[in-house]
Design a binder for this molecule. Structure first.
Ligand SMILES: Nc1nc2c(ncn2[C@@H]2O[C@H](COP(=O)(O)OP(=O)(O)O)[C@@H](O)[C@H]2O)c(=O)[nH]1
Ligand SMILES: [Mg+2]
Length: 328
């Protein structure tokens, strides 16, 4: 991507629609670029592809490190490919810039999927705020859809608000848990369970089987006291093993049942519409913040105002008013 002249968005968009993987990769690189001309080109690209997007099953997957997300994505991804799907795997990992490694970095745990030409795996964009990373992942998802991937799996490790942003860009949100790690239910971390459309307890194999079933019973009773996200869906609790593959079919079946129920009640379309609008607002917020931070004249004024607020010379309300004026 050498310069604006080298970018032929029409050609790129055509190649991408023809499922050309190199074009898909180039398109996502464009989306992730910080260069203003690349960002403008990326907006044109997404706009051009928009009519070809939206047809995939979008599934968010979260869980603590070690719960088996990568192993699950490999097993579920291969199951889907065997059933005729094309699977894209994306990630929202705002920590990858700091740690230098992405949660999708461990491709050895996704050896089968990485080798399949019916799968496309893309690590998390590794720079920026959670909002910025999420926006790029959302657009990458649209590109994958335009390239013909009909299932998109979005992984997150659940740092800060990343679960919420992934739930906000997917149709189904899957929370992975470990079999009975002590008496406390790890996942009843406030907020997470309210977002989950299903809780799946991994590693239900070998000596873990009994503990997995006990954990499932605990989660079921815990979920009982929470108000479900939808009137038409009570989040089920399943056990499975990503290692042996036992229960992977049931996981997918549940996701399909959810989609059927959401389509029937009209919530599927409603959720997508709501997400579009939220997305617009989140992009708008980012643009405004970017202007405040990047335009030298504005930035200097904001710095000065900030110092005045810190010293107690003007109130935060007056300062906010003054900064808002700058944006006019
Ligand atoms: N026994 C068992 N081990 C598993 C299973 N799934 C994953 N693991 C193991 O758990 C560890 C962490 O898995 P990984 O997929 O890397 O977890 P992630 O950090 O959530 O992506 C690895 O050693 C896996 O082999 C499973 O279903 N059963
Ligand atoms: Mg992993």
């Amino acid at each position: 991507m050498s310069g604006t002249k080298a970018l032929d968005i029409n050609a790129l968009s055509q190649d991408l629609r023809a499922s050309n993987r190199a074009a898909l990769a180039r398109g996502i690189t464009l989306i992730e670029s910080r260069r203003a001309d690349h960002q403008a080109a990326a907006r044109d690209l997404v706009q051009a592809l928009l009519p070809r997007t939206g047809k995939a099953f979008r599934v968010g997957i979260t869980g603590s490190p070690g719960v088996g997300k990568s192993t699950t994505i490999d097993a579920l991804g291969m199951y889907l490919i065997e059933h005729g799907h094309k699977v894209a795997v994306l990630a929202v990992d705002p920590s990858s810039a700091r740690t230098g490694g992405s949660i999708l970095g461990d491709k050895t745990r996704m050896a089968r999927l990485s080798a399949s030409d019916q799968a496309y795996i893309r690590p998390s964009p590794s720079s920026g705020t959670l909002g910025g990373v999420a926006a790029k992942t959302r657009e990458a998802m649209l590109l994958c859809e335009a390239a013909g991937f009909d299932v998109v799996l979005v992984e997150t490790v659940g740092i800060g608000q990343s679960e919420t942003v992934v739930a906000d860009m997917t149709d189904f949100f899957l929370a992975l848990m470990l079999p009975g790690a002590g008496d406390e239910l790890q996942g009843i971390k406030k907020g997470l369970v309210e977002l989950a459309d299903m809780i799946a307890i991994n590693k239900a194999d070998g000596d873990n089987l009994k503990r997995a079933n006990l954990a499932a019973a605990d989660y079921r009773s815990a979920l009982h006291i929470l108000a479900p996200r939808s009137q038409h869906w009570h989040p089920p609790v399943e056990t499975y093993s990503a290692l042996t593959g036992a229960g992977i079919d049931k996981l997918w079946q549940t996701i399909v049942e959810h989609r059927t129920a959401m389509n029937a009640s009209g919530e599927f379309a409603a959720r997508r519409r709501e997400q579009q609008v939220k997305w617009m607002w989140s992009m708008l917020e980012q643009r405004i913040m970017a202007r405040l931070r990047s335009e030298p004249a504005i930035r200097a004024r904001v710095k000065k105002t900030e110092a005045e607020v810190a010293d107690g010379r003007i109130s935060p309300a007056v300062a906010a008013e003054q900064i808002a004026e700058l944006l006019r």
